[in-house]
Design a protein around this ligand. Structure first.
Ligand code: ATP
Ligand code: MG
Length: 140
């Protein structure tokens, strides 16, 4: 499997509890490298665009309000099979269903406030990275 890049967000519930370093430790322990990272405050427009695929879902308003409630840390992660690997390290969307040792099992508060986002496919990874980072900000 080739070296890949994926897009990650450390979400507001985690930045608020000062867990950026603890989450990065899990990412690095899994063999993924943080090749770009910045702390930002998402705008409503950013959040609505980013989660646009969920626009019709009942939790959309709550999800957007959550994502703009506190700063987030956006990241590009690089490594072997990074997209699938990071989804494994994150764990299931609902922390009650997440496997032991995963980020969401250890840190997430609920299905909504679940500490991290990770891209789900190569196409979305490329789109999400390009939305948040300029090429020169990514240093592998
Ligand atoms: P993400 O896209 O953030 O990596 P995911 O792919 O595991 O998460 P999705 O189904 O894409 O899950 O949902 C996007 C996000 O919307 C979830 O991570 C969570 O924050 C929120 N969400 C999903 N389902 C619910 C729900 N039933 N109630 C509240 N929030 C939800
Ligand atoms: Mg998703």
């Amino acid at each position: 499997m080739a070296i890949q890049r994926t897009f990650s967000i450390i979400k507001p519930d985690a930045t608020k509890r000062n867990l950026t370093g603890a989450i990065n430790a899990k990412i690095e322990a899994a063999g993924l490298r943080v090749v770009a990272q910045k702390r930002i405050r998402m705008t409503r427009d950013n959040a609505e665009t980013f989660y646009g695929v969920h626009r019709e879902r009942p939790f959309f308003g709550e999800l957007v309000a959550f994502m703009i409630s506190e700063p987030v840390v956006v990241q590009v992660l690089e490594g072997e099979d990074a997209i699938v690997k990071y989804r494994e390290v994150m764990g299931a969307t609902d922390p009650a269903e997440a496997a032991d040792g995963t980020i969401r099992k250890e840190f997430a508060l609920s299905k909504g406030e679940n500490s991290v986002h990770g891209s789900d496919a190569p196409e979305t990874a490329a789109e999400e990275i390009a939305y948040f980072f300029a090429g020169m900000e990514i240093v592998g």
